[in-house]
Structures are given as structure tokens and as C-alpha cells.
Design a protein around this ligand. Sequence first.
Ligand code: ATP
Ligand code: MG
Length: 801
Amino acid sequence: MADRPPRHDPAAPEASPPGTRAPRDFIRAIIDRHVEEGRYPGIVTRFPPEPNGFLHIGHVKSIHLNFGIAAEYGGRCHLRFDDTNPETESEAFVRAIQEDVTWLGGSWGEHLYYAADYFGRMYEIAEELTRKGKAYVDSSSEEEIRDARGTVTEPGRPTAYRDRPVDENLDLFRRMRAGEFPDGAHVLRAKIDLASPNMLMRDPLLYRIRHAHHYRTGDDWCIYPLYDFAHCLEDAFEGITHSLCTLEFEINRELYDWVLDEAGFEEPRTHQYEFARLNLDYTVLSKRKLIRLVQDKHVSGWDDPRMPTVAGLRRRGVPAAALRSFAEMIGVTKADTRVDVGKLEFAVREELNPVAPRVLGVLRPLRLIVTNWPEDKVEWLDAPSFPPDVGRDGSRRLPFARELLIEQDDFRVEPVKGYRRLAPGREVRLRHGYVVRYQSHDVDPATGAVTAVRVTYDGASKGGIARDRDVAGTIHWVTAVHSKRVQIRLYDRLFNAPDPDDVPEGQDFTVHLNPNSLVVLDGARVEPSLASALPGTRWQLERTGYFWADPVDSSPHRMVLNQIVTLRSGWARNERAADEALQRTLGGLAAGEAPPAAPPATTRVPSAADRGREAREAARTKDRQLAARFLRYQDVLGLTADEADLLTGDRAVSDFFDAVVAVHPEARSVSAWVINELPGEAAGRALHELPFGPTQLGRLIALVDQSEVSRIAAKEVLSELAQQGGEPDAIIERRGLRQVGDRVALLPHVDAVLAAWPEKVQEYRAGKKGLLGFFTGEVRRASGGAADPRVVRTLLEERLG
Ligand code: ATP
Ligand code: MG
């Protein structure tokens, strides 16, 4: 990651062009072959947005691919506005798109094109096809044409106009162009094959009449070409060699080739290749839907920092380099996937961690008075801007005084188990400052809220040093006098469903909008150093997240900070559940105190596991190999981000895991055993101290997966392995743990259980199918736990009819 100065202009290009070290993928494999054959004089790609909305993160994938390929192969990439739809396009979108592509590092040089500039040439070609008898004017209504097109199982039928003589077709087409007919009176259709199994080949429409003003060609035209006719010609006119598009267009490829062949473009000419579009969890990426969000004012505009648009991400503070590395991380494939937004957040943190200076800021302040600190004394502490593992120099001066502010969340009158912050009777470190000890606190009698906490400081603990004592934890703070009041905007996902389009009949994606996606905190305070930072600086507010000043609403008089990303993925399933549980406990036990100041989605209590996660992220930042494995475990082995995280915090664990997978290549079950069972059995020992190795664990997991031994029995085996070593098969044999999967042996148990519970059998037969689990459990109990549950279920289902 480059060490570059922050920039003020949020739309200025950032760092190097995309794709300079892209991995091989199937598209590059095809291009390699063409390069080897010398098929084209040079490689030419294009990025062809329609100027009917802002670019979103799906487009980033396409930009990274097209501009990346051009850079790698010494070719060029055109920016072409595919503006053949007069009704929805505009110059404003054209400008926004250019700004976004530039910011992402895409450079088209002099190769900026507009499809509208080709309308004349396209028209000539359409006339030529008509003259050759390859196109005809159809005067049927839209509906008649649709009806006559047939279905997947039935061929299409000709309309009354299919056999119009060429002269008549030519005459009508020319008069269509001259504006003699109203919208919808006629269309120009290709004459291909009404029986083609590909519905798109059943005489597709090439031109329709639209009396509409075009943002670029004005009123010059009243007929407009359709996508399938226009797009391939645009590619051919520009000498594109590889026309890359998303998978939905696979069926259009036949037509792409038909038009170019009929129009006389000879090999080597452009061809279309399809790759999977990007779908992101908790996000919509269709322009139509993004337009809805803007028009219905669910967001403040296209650049609302919650939007998945390039403009929104940029305004939020996401660096362009993070979007490029995200695109790199997800790669290019033919398989349609939904990408976990955690990957995007990971890419953003990876980018910011080494460059964002650490600062202190308090989101929801609570007064903290250091009673033994002299009234007017201010001490300027020298505080490093980066932790040692980042390896960067720099520090800032941080004032310490008698009146401080800490987070409301960092003090509890009645702390729950695991709460490692300030509470009565406790000591905590103030980051970069002193260790302080609780003295007393004030409560507002009306609300029960804590209004101030008094502490004493220990002068010997400067810099937070406190070797001989047990402090509860380290918390952040600012001074009441020197800190700067700022507005902080916390962002959460815009939707609270992984797939916002998954809605009941009659509803739409907006029902999944997350009402807490924006939280505005007006009373937040940050340390004074932020006021003198270079514009465009991104900071890490310690223990909170990464922030920068909103480029639109922030001013020197009123700083507005956007949260770019939290410090860790607060949404990772386990962690979030654990946090929410802790929230509830805190809420419940702290009755009588102030209610939690924000909804749970934004107040995340860092747990011990969180701190571990930070350490693991730090390890991956230092060790590229671990970082690569983190991605491979998810992409190739199919593990969740949480699992991959836990397994790649250190080399020994990751090596061990890989070795087990080498023995038993079911990565997901191996991961579950290594994460959930191994630590308990290891009981604090290091992996190399265990009396067994990956071979034995792999064999044991294989036996479980093959139903040779039950999970419960396998845990016993693992305990024995961990205590005295040995071989799983031998232990199972000796202890008689092999699972009974033999139908004949199990049937008597099944019959006995069914005989013992006649009423339940009746209930089951009456429809209470949930009882199957109950019966299965009973049979397994009767068989001494050794019965294979899958065989038991089958037998039960057979017996119960
Ligand atoms: P949307 O489906 O969001 O309305 P679009 O395909 O209509 O997008 P265009 O402006 O036509 O938007 O897209 C320009 C280019 O970006 C096209 O080559 C298109 O294939 C590509 N693209 C659009 N969405 C995605 C996506 N989600 N993932 C990858 N590429 C995409
Ligand atoms: Mg499109």
C-alpha cells in the first residue's frame, strides 16, 4: 500500500491504475491465447455505461476488469457512453461517470465515445440489411409482435408484414426516420428465424420510433436503435477486440454475431465474453432500484454515504485503492455469486490500517473529573500516532487536564461479567495518560442517568504504565476544554436483509430498509489535533472505527465526521450475536442507569474475542501468506469470514488446519473441529505439544463425516487422543464406539420405541411431523448412543408410513 499524501479534492485520481498485478482468470486465459496466435494487432476493451444513473460497486468490477486488462496487455480501454435511450439519459450522469472512473484510476486517454455519435452509421447499416432482405418493417402492435413470437416450446409465427417487399420496407423505414409516423406505428425487425430455440433470434427488433429529445443529439432522431443492434456495432466501429459483459447477456451473443456478420465485419473482429456480475449482500445494485432510493428520498442523494455507488463510497471516505483491492479479491468467474459485504469492509480496513493516524474521540461523552489533578494544570502528552505493529513514525500532542470526557459506555455502576472498563472500586488506564481509580459518581435523580464520575490519578503511571496492578482495561478520553465538538455520522447497512429483493408477494425491496442505517451524534468530541490535520485525512478513532470529514457538509467551523468502517466486522454472525447478548445483559442489569444511548446496531461492546480479532488482523497485515490464506479459506474452501479469521491469526494454527485438510479435504467440518473442539482439549498447550497430530485428527473427522462414529463418541476419542495420543480407529474399536448403521440391528430399537409411545405415534400420523426428532433421540438412547441418526430417521419414516 502506497504511502501517499491525503488529497483534498475527493474526486481527484488516487494512486496507480487498476489491475497491474491481477491474477489469471478465464478471460485473461482467452486473451493470452489470442495474443499468442497474434490474432489482433492490440488488445482493445471498453467500459460502456449507460448514462442513466451513477456508477455502483458492480461497475467497479467491470471497470477494474476492462481497464486492468488494457493496462496489463499494453492495449487500451475506451470509455463509451451507451446512450441509445433518449428518455432516461443525461449530461449530468455523463459527468458523474467520468469523475468516478477517473477517481478509480481508469484512464481512457483520447478514447471517449458516445453511441449517439454513431446513429448515422447505424442507420446506414440498417438500410443495408433491409436492402439485402435481412430486415423488414413490421406494422403490428407491440402486443401482436409479442404474441407471434411463440414460447419456449412453440415456434413463433410470422406477422402479416414479414414478407413485405424490399422496396416497401425501405420506403417505410426512411419515412420512419423522417418522422412521418407516431411512436409505436412501425418497428424495424431483423429477419432471422422464427423457429429458433433462442427467442432473441426470432426476428428481433432493431429500431423503434421515439419522438423524444436526446441529451446529445437533440431532436435529430426520432428512431432509436435497440441494444442488440447498437452495442455490437459500437464495439465493431471502435475496433474493440474483447467485449466483456455480464452473464445475462450470454443468450444475446448469437445475435451479436449475427448482426456483425450480416453487416460485413470480418474476422478478426470483436467477440463477446461473459462473466458473473457482482451481487453484494445487504445491498441492491440495480440502477432502477438505486434511482428509487434517490427519488423517494430514502437517502440524501446518489452520493449518500450509505449508497453502494462509487460517489457514495467516495464521500463516505473509502479510498479508491480499497475498491480496487476488493475487485481483485473477488476475481472474475463464470459462477454467479453473492459476495459478503464483510469482504468489502475487510478491504477498506486493510487499506486504512497502515495509513490512518490513531486519535482519540468520544462519541457520547460522560464527565470524568480527576479530583487530585490541579485545577488549572494542563499537561501536553506526546502520543504516538501509530501502534508499533504499523511501523510508522509520527506523534501528536495530547492535552491532559482535570476535566475529561469518556464514553458513557465505558462506565457502569454495576458491571457485568466480562466488562473490562471503569466501575466502582476499579482502576482503568486512560490511553496515553494515567491510571485512574474510581472515587464516586453523580446520578441525575430525575432520570437515574450517571452525569459525572470522579477518579484519582496515579502520578507514577504516566503513559498508562501500571505494572504491579490489575487494571480493568484501557479506555479513551478527551479533555473537556481542548476537545473539539464535532458531528459524527455512524452508518450501518442500508438494508437489514442479506437479499433485499427477497420479499413477500406484493411488497418490494424498500420494506427491508434499515431504519437505523444513519445515526447522527451531535455532541461528540475529538482531540484537538484533528483541527490542524491536512484536509482529506482519514483517522482511526481508537476503539471505534475509521473516520474522515464529510467532503460536502463539513467545514472548518463545523466538522462533520463520517464513519468509513468500524474497526472490526460488527456484523459477523457470532460476534454480533454475542455483542447483542452482552447489550441485553448490560441493559437488563444496569436498570436505573441511563438507557443505552444508541440502538444496538451501532453500540458494539468490544468483547475479549474482539481484541483477539484485532490481533489476528494485525498478524495478517504483517504476514502476507496469512492474508492470502484468509481469502483462500473463504473463496476456495467455502469457510465463513469468521472461521477464516480464527484460523489465520497465526501460522501454527493455519498450518495445522491445512495439514488436517490434506488428510480429510472437507474443509468446513475440519474448520468446525479445529475451532470448536480442539482448544478445549488442548487445554492451554501449544499445538506442537499435543500427543497427536493432523493425521489423527483428520482421520477422526473423516470417520464422523462417514457416519462411522457419532459426533459425541468422536469427542470422547479426541479427549483420549489429547491425553495420551494413539490412533482413532484403535480407540474406537477398543471402546466399542463404532456407530451402528446396520438396519437389521437397529430395527428392534425402532419398533420398541414406537410401541412405547402409541399416542405420539398417533399425533405424528395426524400431522405433527416434528416428532420425528423426538423418536430419533429415543432410538439412539435405546441403542446406547451408537445409532446412526440418518439410518434411524429412514427406518422411522418407513415404519411410520
Ligand atoms: P444495472 O443492472 O445496475 O442497471 P447496467 O448493466 O444497466 O446496470 P450499464 O451502465 O449498462 O449498467 O453497465 C455498464 C457496464 O457495467 C456493463 O458492461 C455491465 O455489464 C457492467 N455491470 C453492470 N452491473 C454490474 C455488476 N453488478 N457486476 C459487474 N459488472 C456490472
Ligand atoms: Mg445495461
